[in-house]
Design a protein around this ligand. Structure first.
Ligand SMILES: [Zn+2]
Length: 257
């Protein structure tokens, strides 16, 4: 089976002790690429180091995460923008709005998100959107900046049927599905009945959101196989077909060669 883990923070220190074994386990289940979303200025060196060590396999994005938008957001944003002038990235990410943890900088989150959406148009890159309790707000920002000029993914999608339709009405946006779809109490399998595999890409969000039976433990790219297996069961197709369709969706969106 072929799989692309389209959202993985395996440059995080949780993987310092066994990064090579982690990557070997991923390759063993058929993972062909791992896309690395950035968080903020502090994570840039770790991100670049892993991408340089595993060139062509671990591919970096660049962006400022909404939960890192605080008092110093202007300098953070400027530093992140500087990165685009120095090297190539596969996407602008992860960027977005998070109203779950803290609403103090909600207004600034919106500003920072829209600015980074404009960069993605300028550099002709897709975007990886983090949206927590804020799908309507994120969709509004995308429309505001220009939905027809933007393409991307709502990573770790876990919304309602209405939110799903809202995202798909943007035309050029996919749903990033991870271990949450395997959770016993997840409403995702029912919500996803409203769409099909042509709108889905697979991710881990490692080290977070490990699928069953590893729920609560450290997540890693090899567990994408468990997400693929759940999707195969839901859409009544083979696991290979899930791998094939979601991989070609990811290749198209991120222009992976
Ligand atoms: Zn993430």
């Amino acid at each position: 089976m072929k799989i692309i883990d389209t959202h993985s923070h395996i440059y995080a220190e949780e993987f310092d002790a066994d990064i090579d074994a982690t990557i070997a386990r991923a390759k063993a289940v058929g993972v062909e690429k791992i896309l690395l979303p950035n968080i903020d200025v502090a994570s840039v060196d770790r991100l670049h180091n892993l991408a340089d060590t595993h060139k062509g396999f671990c591919i970096p994005m660049m962006g400022l995460h909404p939960t890192s938008v605080g008092a110093d957001w202007k300098t953070q944003l400027e530093e992140i923008h500087n990165q685009f002038l120095q090297r190539q990235y596969i996407a602008v990410g992860e960027i977005g709005i998070d109203l779950y943890w803290d609403k103090t900088y909600a207004k600034e989150q919106e500003l920072v998100f829209e600015e980074q959406l404009r960069w993605s148009i300028e550099y002709d890159l897709p975007v990886a959107i983090h949206s927590r309790d804020a799908i309507a707000e994120c969709v509004a920002c995308v429309r505001n900046v220009g939905a027809e000029k933007l393409r991307g993914v709502f990573h770790s999608f876990g919304g309602s049927v209405e939110e799903l339709q809202d995202i798909l009405s943007l035309q050029n946006f996919l749903l990033g599905i991870n271990g949450v779809v395997t959770f016993k109490n997840s409403t995702l399998p029912v919500v996803l009945r409203q769409t099909d595999l042509s709108h889905i890409i697979i991710e881990t969000d490692a080290p977070y959101l490990a699928p069953v039976p590893y729920r609560g433990k450290r997540n890693e790219p090899s567990y994408t196989a468990l997400v693929a297996s759940k999707l195969a069961e839901m859409y009544e197709v083979s696991q290979d077909e899930v791998g094939q369709i979601t991989t070609s969706n990811a290749i198209r969106l991120f222009a992976i060669n």
